[in-house]
Design a protein around this ligand. Structure first.
Ligand code: XIL
Length: 379
């Protein structure tokens, strides 16, 4: 266990009181990556606007505070390989070049996923599922082409994303329907053949749930028993004010680490809005919709306090287990960029990320930076 920054209780309470407003300015010397130090990489998912020339505000924030980046969408199959004989590497190249030229560790996301899948990939020209042989060939060609292109530039890949469901069984995705469980070992094998030096990860959400935890543990064992490389499990970490339970989340971290892999928090965000219950008819009434989007102007201080406390608790959990955690990545730079504004309902105003709509650090981030800098010996 590593507790790099343990502030005194008095200091922590004084800061909590002082930092409830998100608009407070931050000393230009403070940076999140300095606060995190060598505990783990601190990463951020970037969209294509942010890596394009011109968005210097975002780029400067990334360079100042983060040590790692991952593409939010542009390496997903529907974007990078939209048609069988056509790849589009333009945006992915831009992201990788931005990372390399700024000394940032780049992660590839993701090779095999049922969502944002290229529409042609698992079907023939009549729209019928392809044979197992054809799908294997297509997976191999796709993985070889993408992974080899970024060999030496991308440290590791989310090889398979979201393949295990809550009861621990396999998601009935087209990959599973055609190839059965074998599609996962195959994907890891192809990725390793394409770049033997690349780290390989299995990535999923809702990892605090016991059934999925056990399913993922079983999967790690299967891969290892077959001599396949798996370096880490990515716990996406899309959170809300009422989930996950921090103890269950910790149990999963420990369960994966016990299998001899590292753990990464790969898509960290925490919605500050009411959780939308699955199966709810969200088109029900205007009143119901308004109740689900209550903070269109700003986040009330009372909610902000609870959100910041909860984020800090999770961050302290990551620090506590820094011996097994190799990266913590926020799923977006500022609240304005977050996918949570449009998921699971379109058009809400959410506050899930480490930086607010004015590119300012949230109070708990500011506290982390100030605590860390207060611990530095005076020069
Ligand atoms: C999300 C992106 O943030 C959105 O922009 C996109 O519209 C949908 O996908 N799990 C993942 C991520 O692994 O790739 C997803 O990203 C969020 C859920």
């Amino acid at each position: 266990m590593k507790f790099r920054h343990v502030a005194s209780m008095a200091f922590w309470m004084a800061l909590t009181t002082a930092c409830t407003s998100q608009q407070q300015s931050v000393s230009p010397e403070l940076s999140l990556k300095d606060a995190v130090g060598d505990q783990f990489l601190i990463g951020v998912a970037l969209n294509t606007r942010q890596t394009a020339a011109g968005d210097s505000l975002s780029q400067n924030l990334v360079k100042r505070h983060f040590t790692a980046i991952v593409p939010e969408n542009c390496m997903k199959m529907e974007e990078i390989h939209p048609e069988e004989d056509r790849y589009d590497f333009s945006k992915a190249d831009e992201l990788v070049n931005f990372g390399i030229s700024n000394g940032l560790v780049v992660t590839g996301h993701c090779l095999i996923w049922h969502s944002q899948l290229a529409p042609w990939f698992c079907v023939d020209k009549d729209g019928k599922p392809v044979s197992a042989e054809v799908l294997k060939e297509r997976m191999k060609e796709h993985i070889y082409t993408v992974v080899k292109r970024y060999k030496g530039k991308i440290r590791g890949w989310d090889v398979v994303n979201e393949a295990i469901i809550e009861d621990g069984s396999y998601r009935k995705s087209p990959f599973y329907e055609i190839l059965g469980e074998e599609f996962i070992p195959l994907a890891f094998q192809y990725a390793h053949e394409a770049d033997p030096d690349a780290e390989l990860y299995y990535n999923d959400y809702g990892m605090d749930i016991e059934g999925r935890r056990n399913g993922v543990v079983k999967l790690i064992r299967t891969l290892k028993e077959r001599g396949l490389r798996i370096d880490a499990v990515g716990m996406q970490g899309h959170m809300g004010m009422d989930h996950p339970d921090i103890n269950e989340f910790e149990k999963s971290m420990m369960a994966f680490a016990a299998e001899g892999v590292k753990v990464m928090i790969t898509e960290w965000d925490m919605s500050a809005l009411p959780t939308v219950k699955q199966g709810a008819n969200i088109a029900d009434t205007l009143a119901y919709q308004a109740a689900l989007n209550p903070y269109t102007e700003s986040l009330p201080d009372s909610v902000s306090k609870v959100w910041n406390t909860r984020m800090k608790q999770f961050f302290q959990l990551f620090e506590k287990h820094a011996d097994v955690i190799t990266r913590v990545t926020a799923w977006g730079l500022t609240d304005n960029d977050s996918w949570k504004n449009d998921f699971p309902i379109k058009g809400r105003t959410d506050y899930p990320l480490l930086f607010d709509r004015n590119y300012q650090p949230k109070p708990f981030v500011k506290e982390l930076m100030e605590e860390a800098s207060a611990e530095q010996p005076v020069k």
